[in-house]
Design a protein around this ligand. Structure first.
Ligand code: BAL
Ligand code: ZN
Length: 853
């Protein structure tokens, strides 16, 4: 199987100016008539992509073509003599009911739905299915209105009429030229919430949400979030919406979180539906952030799109950055930064260390779906953030305005984006561009020298990026390093930005009153690993005194790494210094004004965060140390934990920054208290008194982790109360799958027989097996390999149903190099078995073959 390469990019031979689609919907035989107005751009063949299509007819201008006038393969259709301009009509038949891959047009739970990014449109009709072919789309949907009252597509509704045969025909027209991946069609019966929004340009926009019957009340928060996002983009970047209608449809069968189709977003319903009895604080956060993300794509992705899929980060890194900025403005900037950095330090650094390592602009791809990754998205957003740090907010805004103005209506590259930033600001970004082509996690080391006689501080920084699976040679990068200098004598702290652009560099500061304590990499100003040789006292001093909340949290993270690393080296339990207990007591007795930050300061890094610092990962030692340290802290801090827990009284549920913080801190205390003698009583009482899903889940997780006797009873009660709500049942599945004891295997087996579970629904499969492999390190990484074998079995089964989902699930099995010999052997054996499967999808093939030794 041949990968595609960025270096082989060629501009399209034909453009399509108009794409006219007619869908006659039918569960097993939907007929699609595509009328394409084409124009030659350069010499060459008219070759269209298509997959799993039944071709009925091809007409060129006024003539039906004979079999000799075109050629068809499993993946393409070639028209032999198209001329330079013309109109091609292609009629295809689809079977939406059988489409369990959920790409192209599919029918699930009575709803017809499309997903075309990245290459799903070729499962609807033969087409130049690439993002640099932009056409104006007109879409006609014909269906039985009694069964499918809502027939939706992109753009504006042009007309609706009744056909002589009783069916209804609805016509949509999208005036903005777009690539095929932004096409969408949805047909079904929904509850319908509508509202209006007046843009800064004076346009009145109809906002519509289409959700499952009975769920209307659960869509109000998402509607309000959409309006906040629309206002924010106007205020922050001067960007207003450009159509008269913005629609969001929520469906339960969806591979992604959501999709930004022009004027018709399709959302995974878990990121739309929420009310106080079913959603956690995290759910509310995610809904606002993803509603924002898809809306922001209207400019960064839709109005200006990607030339080819290697440029995916052009729209995704930028749009994640925009949604992060939005969330920070809507809530706590500190907590938002902490959460974003956790993603980088766990999943993204792990991806860099895996066989799938790639730069944010990959250079070769077999299956594009495999590159919707934390590297392209989240590291991509960090690269955009570094640009903002280097250019300043005003410079960055000017750069974005230049980019959008210069390229409106075009399909462009990451280089075009950086060029616009450079042209708008005059800042030379030539060397910075290396972040787009170089993969891996840069490692920074630092040295400090202070001359007390002159007050001169010399900081020496060195960078190097270890080789990755895809790239051996690494060059120095431009790395913005924010620092803060703290002084013991009460002198005002100083903030500085160091720009490291060579392998080793020195920076000097004069006239300092005394030797400062340097806070490194404030705000995680670059996606790098930075090590210092600070002792625990220095780290605790930063955690107590840095002016920046993120830096305080980060110092605690480094503190735990140090303590735990020492313990691993000595094969002992960590010794908790008295200074740590003093700091913890202080935070529990007098929490900071930011309660959520206080909760974070009191939280140990999780297994994945710790694991990123080891090769090979000492799995058993880390798990044991984490468990034992939690117990040591519970015991040492019991009175303070109890005092803090009791003083935080829970108000009626409200999703606000203050209340989210309060719940986070209270539930952090509960987590520790669960391990104490009265833990069972307290957790049970917490569960029974809870008036919201955040507290209920905190109780269930605490019950399970501390293995309290009532855990089973609480879980059964929770399942019984919530069996009617699939999203809450997913949370139940999550908790069951995270059970760190041997009994989890039987429990998982039982879950798959649960009436709510379906192998065809990605949300259900992820809720069970995604949670098992990502949130249950003790059982997933068992020495005997039983956890790995279970996931391999599930991946094999799911690949036949939904390859995209299978390829996501397999990720934790790929990085065998990171583990000890025993685990390596088990993982390699499973990967070999997967590689030998006869019908492996491209999605799995690419990942498995890249991983094999
Ligand atoms: N474009 C795929 C879904 C998203 O990133 O918004
Ligand atoms: Zn996106």
């Amino acid at each position: 199987r041949q990968p595609k390469r960025l270096a082989d990019y060629q501009a399209p031979i034909f453009s399509i100016t108009h794409t006219d689609l007619v869908f006659e919907l039918d569960a097993t035989a939907t007929r699609v008539t595509a009328t394409l107005t084409f124009k030659r751009q350069q010499p060459g063949r008219l070759l269209l992509e298509g997959q799993q299509l039944k071709l009925e007819r091809v007409r060129l201008n006024d003539r039906v073509l004979t079999a000799a006038e075109f050629a068809q393969t499993a993946e393409s259709l070639e028209i032999f003599a198209p001329g330079d301009t013309g109109v091609l009509e292609i009629v295809t038949l689809l079977n939406p009911e059988q489409n369990t891959a959920l790409e192209g047009l599919y029918l699930a739970e009575g709803v017809y739905c499309t997903q075309c990014e990245a290459e799903g449109f070729r499962r609807i009709t033969y087409y130049p299915d690439r993002p640099d072919v932009l056409a104006v789309f007109t879409t006609t949907i014909i269906a039985n209105r009694n069964e499918l009252p809502f027939l939706l597509s992109n753009g504006n509704k042009v007309r609706e009429s009744r056909l002589p045969d009783g069916r209804t025909e609805v016509v949509w027209h999208d005036p903005y030229p777009k690539p095929s991946y932004l096409f969408a069609l949805v047909a079904g019966d929904f509850d319908h919430l509508h509202d209006t929004y007046v843009t800064s340009t004076g346009r009145e926009v109809l906002l519509e949400f289409f959700v499952q019957k009975g769920a209307l009340a659960r869509s109000h928060f998402a509607m309000a979030a959409l309006k906040r996002a629309m206002r924010w983009d106007e205020q922050r970047f001067g960007l207003a919406y450009d159509l008269d209608r913005y629609m969001v449809v929520a469906v339960d069968f969806f591979n992604m979180g959501a999709m930004e189709n022009k004027g018709l977003n399709v959302f995974n319903s878990k990121f739309v539906l929420a009310d106080d009895t079913s959603a956690t604080d995290t759910d509310y956060f995610n809904i606002e952030s993803i509603i924002g993300h898809e809306y922001f794509h209207n400019w960064t992705g839709n109005r200006v799109t990607c030339r080819d899929w290697f440029q995916l980060s052009l729209k995704e890194g930028l749009t994640v950055f925009r949604d992060q900025e939005f969330s920070a403005d809507m809530g706590s900037p500190t907590l938002n930064r902490i959460d974003a950095v956790k993603v980088i330090r766990t999943a993204q650094f792990a991806e860099d260390a895996s066989p799938m390592a790639h730069p944010i602009r990959p250079e070769q791809v077999l299956e594009m779906n495999n590159f919707y990754t934390v590297t392209v998205y989240d590291k991509g957003a960090e690269v955009i953030r570094m640009l903002q740090t280097l250019l300043g907010k005003a410079g960055f805004n000017a750069g974005l305005a230049c980019y959008l103005q210069r390229h409106d209506g075009q399909a462009v590259t990451c280089d075009d984006f950086v060029q616009a930033m450079q042209d708008a600001t005059g800042y030379d970004l030539q060397a910075f561009r290396r972040w787009y082509s170089q993969s891996g996690t840069p490692e920074l080391s630092v040295k400090e020298q202070f001359d007390a006689a002159t007050g001169k501080l010399t900081l020496t920084l060195a960078q190097q990026t270890p080789a990755t699976a895809d790239q051996q040679e690494k060059l120095p990068l431009v790395i913005p390093v924010k620092i803060e200098l703290l002084f013991h004598d009460g002198s005002a702290a100083q903030q500085h930005l160091l720009i490291l652009d060579s392998s080793v560099q020195q920076f000097q500061f004069d006239n300092l009153p005394q030797a400062p304590l340097v806070v490194w990499l404030e705000d995680f100003s670059a996606p790098v690993k930075l090590s210092t040789d600070y002792d625990v006292e220095q780290l605790l001093a930063i955690a107590s005194r840095a002016s920046n909340g993120f830096a305080r949290w980060d110092a605690m993270q480094q503190f735990w790494h140090k303590i735990i690393k020492d313990a691993v080296q000595q094969s002992a339990l960590p010794v908790l210094p008295e200074a740590l207990l003093t700091a913890f007591r202080q935070w529990l007795i007098t929490p900071l004004a930011d309660l959520a930050l206080t909760a974070e300061l009191l939280t140990l890094p999780d297994f994945d965060t710790l694991a990123a610092h080891y090769a090979p990962i000492p799995v058993d030692a880390l798990l044991n140390i984490l468990q034992e340290t939690t117990q040591l802290l519970s015991k040492a801090l019991l009175p303070e934990l109890l005092g803090c827990y009791q003083q935080l009284t829970t108000p009626a549920y409200h999703y606000s920054e203050a209340d989210v913080g309060l719940r986070a801190l209270k539930n952090r205390c509960l987590h520790y208290l669960a391990f104490t003698a009265e833990g069972a009583k307290r957790v049970t009482a917490h569960y029974q008194a809870a008036n919201n899903m955040t507290d209920i889940l905190a109780a269930l997780h605490a019950a399970q982790h501390a293995n309290i006797a009532q855990a089973g009873e609480l879980m059964a009660d929770f399942a019984k109360r919530n069996e009617a709500n699939v999203h809450v049942m997913d949370k139940y599945f999550n908790v069951v799958a995270a059970n760190p004891r041997d009994s989890v295997f039987d429990a998982l087996e039982k879950l798959t027989a649960h009436p709510v579970f379906s192998w065809k629904n990605p949300n259900r499969v992820r809720a069970v097996y995604g949670a098992f492999s990502q949130r249950n390190a003790p059982q997933f990484h068992r020495k005997d390999g039983k956890g790995y074998a279970l996931l391999a079995e599930v991946v094999t089964k799911v690949d036949a149903i939904n390859p995209q989902l299978a390829a996501r699930l397999i990720t934790p099995l790929l990085s065998w190099q990171r583990y000890d010999d025993g685990r390596q052997q088990q993982l390699i054996m499973l990967l070999r078995e997967l590689a030998s499967l006869p019908m492996l999808s491209d999605d799995l093939y690419e990942k498995v073959h890249k991983s094999l030794p």
